[in-house]
Write a protein that binds this ligand. Structure first.
Ligand code: AHR
Length: 328
């Protein structure tokens, strides 16, 4: 055999070996070295929380932290203060630290492709938690959270029942571009009867502080009862901010038909006090499901791509009875 032929054969052999190694590492990608017997004690989970904007979020953070403590898992937690760039930096820091699993509650839907690709290239599985992302689903392992579209539809059903002859209403929406706000707004519009008109919609960014001036501005423009008969509010914290503005303007509980989302203690209190006529549940207690799925991913087990939380709608008639047992 000539030297030239031998070199060519060796080169081909080398290329085939490199290709095989590359293939096998992407095949076994995202499985931890302890697989298939990894335990929670061996897990380091990264949770770049999006912020602390609401009671819902506080309960979600507590659920993630408490579950880590109970299971003996390591948690790398950060608070992005509702800024996507902070979440992306936190994600990159976790990739650098080579965590086992990333669980990401994304502040907005768009703009995750690059960092999710980086996590994928580093063989770190990502679970999208709570809100959704618009990125290609091949870039993450699964999503665990609420059906935000269904929540919007449930809110619409309350308005349809209350106003069979039509009405004008306002909408106080959540963070612009967030899966929660987009889903709720879309579901609401899909199911709202055509004789109910949303005369104005503004964001209160899911916070009490930002909802208050938005409601005040609404009240400068529109007369309650005359120009509008109801308000759809995307979360309880904004509802509580709005109530402050309504009270200051002399509006009484029950003058307007108000439907909120979350089912926090604050929302229940607003039902007891007569301000909210319904509260659509959005459950933040996702810790146990997140860690269970994270362990499966470490062990190379298959997981459901979509896990939606089973939720309901709460009403004032039994709000006082349920309030003491609310966990958030
Ligand atoms: O994504 C869930 C939403 O985010 C909750 O409705 C809200 O309270 C939170 O801020």
């Amino acid at each position: 055999m000539s030297k030239k032929l031998l070199y060519s054969l060796l080169t081909i052999l080398m290329l085939v070996t490199v290709a095989l190694v590359a293939c096998s590492s992407s095949d076994s990608s995202e499985t931890a070295s302890c697989a298939p017997d990894c335990t929670y004690e061996e897990m380091t989970l990264c949770y770049p929380q999006l912020g602390a904007e609401s009671d819902w979020r506080t309960a979600n953070t507590a659920s993630i932290k408490e579950t880590a403590d109970q299971l003996g898992a390591q948690l790398i937690f950060s608070d992005a203060q509702q800024k996507q760039e902070n979440q992306i930096s936190a994600l990159r820091a976790c990739i650098q630290q080579d965590v086992d699993v990333i669980a990401l509650p994304p502040v907005v839907e768009d703009g995750w492709d690059a960092v999710l690709t980086e996590a994928k290239n580093a063989n770190i599985p990502v679970i999208i938690v709570d809100r959704s992302v618009s990125a290609d689903s091949s870039l993450y392992a699964a999503h665990i959270g609420s059906d935000m579209v269904l929540e919007g539809k449930r809110a619409a059903a309350e308005f349809n029942k209350q106003f069979p002859d039509g009405a004008s209403i306002l909408e106080l929406s959540g963070t612009t571009g967030s899966g929660a706000a987009v889903g709720r707004a879309n579901g609401f519009r899909e199911d709202l009867n055509s004789n109910i008109e949303i005369i104005d919609s503004q964001t209160g960014n899911f916070t009490r502080a930002e909802a208050l001036p938005v409601m005040q501005a609404f009240l400068q423009k529109y007369t309650p009862g005359e120009d509008f008969q109801g308000i759809f509010i995307h979360n309880d914290d904004m509802g509580i901010g709005a109530i402050e503005a309504l009270k200051a303007a002399g509006v009484e509980p029950g003058d307007l038909f108000i439907v909120s989302v979350d089912g926090t203690r604050g929302g229940f209190q607003a039902m007891v006090d007569g301000w909210f006529q319904a509260d659509v549940e959005c459950n933040p207690l996702l810790g146990p499901q997140v860690y269970e799925m994270a362990l499966k991913l470490m062990n190379g087990e298959s997981v459901d791509r979509e896990t939606l939380t089973n939720e309901t709608v709460y009403y004032p008639d039994n709000a006082a009875e349920l309030l003491p047992s609310r966990q958030y």
